[in-house]
Every structure is written in structure tokens, then in C-alpha cells.
Design a protein around this ligand. Sequence first.
Ligand code: THU
Length: 128
Amino acid sequence: MDELLAAALQVRENAFAPYSNFRVGAALEDESGRVHTGCNVENSTYGLTVCAERVAVFKAISEGARRFRRIAVAAGAATPTPPCGACRQILWEFCGDIEVVLVNLKGETKSYRMSELFPRPFDDSFLR
Ligand code: THU
């Protein structure tokens, strides 16, 4: 299996998801080939939960990475699970039109571009 998908499946094991029991892993590849991983981290207030994708992006940014090639997202649902709306906004901000590969526990995959998942985004172009 593609190493990026394997990394997303592996980090999913670290998910802190006692409230939803829905575990998610993400693996973000930067331009140098380095992989930044993240899992969902839930909170008893529910609303402070952070998704796997945002954990991966923020970890990468805080390590100094700035350009990215693709992200893999692993979850246990029958249908490969796409990023939520909040994560799409964050992914667009930092990663632009990258490839998003979704994988489930059966190894079934679906691949999209961010521009398919998040058409007509709000971004910094409106602030100029
Ligand atoms: N979740 C993610 O981590 N990524 C997604 O793309 C969808 C949802 C998490 C948030 C929460 O911990 C759990 O999955 C159920 O919504």
C-alpha cells in the first residue's frame, strides 16, 4: 500500500475519540516528501474537538513546512470519509488544490482534488 495511506491508517490508532468512537487519521506529505500525521482529538465539551486533518496541518505548519503535495485521510466508515467543511477551509488555506486520498479499513480508496471538494472558496484573494 501507498506509504501515505499506511501512515494515515497507522496514526488513526492514536485517535482520542471516546465520545464518538469514530477514529480518523490523516497524513500530509510536504514538498520535501516529509509526512506530517494527525488524529482526531475529542473533548468532553464536544465543540473543542479537533479533526485529524487540522491536527496534521497545524503540526506541519508549526514544523516549518509550507508547501504540500497531498493528504491521505483514513476512517472506519464503509464509504471513504471526506474532510469536514472546517477542515476543507483550513486545507485550502495552507495546501491549495492538492490531492486528497481517502481510505477505509478495507483499503478502499477514493481520490479527489481540493478544488472538487471545495469549489468557490473564500481565501486571501478577496482580501487584496
Ligand atoms: N472527524 C475527523 O477527524 N475528520 C473528518 O474528516 C470528519 C470528522 C472527527 C471529528 C470527531 O472526533 C469525529 O470524527 C466524529 O465527527
